[in-house]
Design a protein around this ligand. Structure first.
Ligand code: DGT
Ligand code: CA
Ligand code: CA
Ligand code: ZN
Length: 574
């Protein structure tokens, strides 16, 4: 049993308990444990019972259930609960706007057991009479019921990542010697994905059954010989395609996409008398196979070097490849510093020492501690006095034992007020090692206001960088209306760095803006904006964004050794 499968059972127990209106502490205990297990980096099945018991939120009872799951594949308690309710009742919970309390009401008062039952009840107007329901909510539920037959919407790729990895792991176990890999938008590192695409080359037919019977599968949408689709826990659709081993490379290339890249590549093939599809690259005149076993072979036969998946968007990669001018893309290992993170001084969950120590363990050599400034009162932002006090504390940690060569810079994430003034006085900002400025309020300003606001902040001599410059939240909030061309122009002129923020729902600036900024002569930073030690790892998503933006290590300031990094900061250049 992998971690996600365990997490699913624990979460279902929590849901069933809530439908039963059980003790809220017990319900929360199952949910917390489910979260912990789902995100734990090690497989629980391989851990000792003592180590499992030491996990946060896993007490004796839960540890026993987990052990039972690992040993027998089921948990008696889970099965008992499922005896009390029809298992189909859990489908109701996946509808937007339907929580466990509503499900309990529906079941107890109207005898609703399935989505079809619910649909009839809604159509007949029987829902609105329930407590806390009303005609508006009834209409909403009806709409979600209609949407459910359509494809699920887009999701953050970071959210799909663990599920995809678990699926690939499961499939590899069931197809020794086969090549199993994620393809599609996930392989290209896109910020969102429509579904999880997996390719298996040279696997036995039986792999399809292993796929559709995977523990996380909630519904089989299509089951075929070479392609199947399922809906997995968490709301993702996953597609598996089987191809013969001889087409491994061709299929990897084809199903990785993007469509636009594939079309451009196919045109190139045609112009050379070749035909490209998911089975291989063939000569049009004789039908002979030219390449297909490896992806490199396909590109080579088309006169091109291998093109990294992140670049395959038909944004000039074929011309660059042809000219031998593909960038040597930045890698996670190139990073030496992380210049944006929070501690318990504002809204972070760990102290500066713990954050620095964790960053050191992850291989970094320097960090800037950048807690919020006072305008963010909800986050317990620092005023001038607290900021300087905090800076003294942060600096005092340098050279302490166990820091092992890690250097802390005393910084701040200073709010840019609606009129473009900074939240803290100049002499305070001047007394710090690093200032990253950002907008957190009044994001709906018009283009002129928002642009002027950022330009004014960039003109302040103590601003070294701008954090999450557009303020967008992926799938939730549009970027601000600022004219980013003018912002980049000013940033380049003043030597202010532009951040790629790695929070998985920000990735701000995005790939396209990052590339444009670099082309305008702006230096970039890739930062975690972590609020906990675990979130430091999100920086890998920022690196993926940087790679999709064609960035090389030299374009990103925090790949430089500490002294070179410090010398490149705007405050140290005049
Ligand atoms: P998504 O799922 O919306 O995040 O984006 P993709 O790129 O993963 O798209 P998807 O899942 O529809 O298809 C996966 C890949 O398969 C796609 O990137 C290219 C390839 N592909 C699928 N259908 C076609 C097609 O009709 N023509 C071509 N040339 N390629 C296709
Ligand atoms: Ca896809
Ligand atoms: Ca797909
Ligand atoms: Zn921040």
């Amino acid at each position: 049993m992998d971690n996600l499968a365990i997490a699913r059972v624990l979460a279902e127990i929590g849901d069933l308990l809530e439908i039963k209106n059980e003790n809220p502490f017990k319900i929360r205990a199952y949910r917390t444990a489910s979260e912990t297990v789902a995100h734990h980096p090690e497989g629980l099945a391989a851990m000792s019972p003592a180590d499992r018991l030491a996990l946060p939120g896993v007490g004796k009872d839960l540890a026993a259930r987990i052990a039972e799951l690992i040993d027998t594949g089921t948990a008696a308690y889970h099965q008992e609960l499922l005896q009390e309710f029809p298992p189909t009742i859990l489908d109701l919970l996946h509808l937007p706007g339907v929580g466990p309390k509503t499900v309990a009401l529906l079941y107890h008062q109207l005898g609703v057991r399935t989505l079809d039952d619910l649909e009839s009840a809604a159509r007949e107007g029987r829902l609105r009479a329930l407590k806390g329901m009303g005609a508006k909510k009834e209409a909403l539920i009806l709409r979600s019921l209609e949407d459910r037959t359509q494809v699920a919407g887009r999701r953050l790729s970071a959210e799909a990542h663990d599920t995809a990895a678990a699926l690939v792991g499961w499939l590899r176990e069931h197809a020794e010697g086969a090549a199993v890999a994620p393809v599609g938008s996930l392989r290209r590192g896109c910020e969102t994905c429509g579904d999880i695409d997996i390719l298996a080359a040279g696997a036995p037919r039986s792999l399809m059954d292993a796929f559709t019977s995977y523990r996380l599968v909630e519904r089989v949408i299509a089951h075929g010989e070479t392609k199947s689709s399922v809906r997995v826990w968490g709301g993702f659709q996953a597609d598996l395609r089987l191809v013969p081993a001889s087409s491994t490379g061709a299929a990897l290339q084809y199903f990785t996409g993007s469509k636009a890249h594939n079309i451009a590549l196919r045109d190139r093939a045609i112009s050379r008398g070749l035909k490209l599809n998911e089975y291989g690259l063939f000569r049009i005149d004789t039908g002979d196979l030219v390449a297909g076993e490896t992806e490199e072979g396909i590109y080579e036969a088309l006169g091109l070097p291998f093109i990294p998946p992140e670049l395959r968007e038909n944004r000039g990669e074929l011309a660059a490849a042809e000219a031998g001018a593909l960038p040597a893309l930045i890698q996670l290992q190139d990073l030496r510093g992380d210049l944006h993170m929070h501690t318990t001084a504002s809204d972070g969950r760990a102290d500066a020492w713990t954050m620095a120590r964790s960053a050191r363990d992850a291989g970094l050599e320097y960090v800037a501690i950048t807690d919020h400034s006072r305008a963010l009162a909800m986050a317990n932002g620092l005023d001038e006095h607290r900021a300087l006090e905090h800076a003294r504390h942060v600096r005092s940690l340098n050279g302490r034992e166990h820091l092992d060569g890690m250097t802390l810079l005393a910084g701040i994430e200073c709010d840019i007020l609606p009129d473009g003034r900074l939240d803290l006085a100049d002499d305070c900002l001047a007394g710090l090692d690093f200032v990253i400025a950002s907008v957190h309020s009044t994001l709906q300003q018009d283009e002129a206001q928002m642009t002027d606001r950022l330009l004014r902040a960039i003109a302040c001599p103590w601003v070294d960088a701008i954090a999450h410059p557009t303020g967008r939240l992926i799938l939730r909030r549009e970027p601000s209306r600022a004219n980013m061309e003018r912002v980049f122009e000013a940033a380049a002129a003043h030597g202010v760095a532009i951040e790629i923020n790695s929070q998985t729902d920000r990735l701000d600036v995005d790939d396209i803006l990052a590339r444009r900024a670099r082309d305008r002569g702006v230096a970039l930073l890739v930062d975690s904006d972590a609020h906990s030690p675990a979130a430091l790892g999100n920086i890998r998503w920022g690196i993926t964004t940087a790679r999709r933006g064609w960035l090389q290590a030299g374009d990103v300031l925090n790949t430089r050794p500490l002294e070179a990094f410090r010398a490149s900061l705007r405050r140290n250049r005049h």
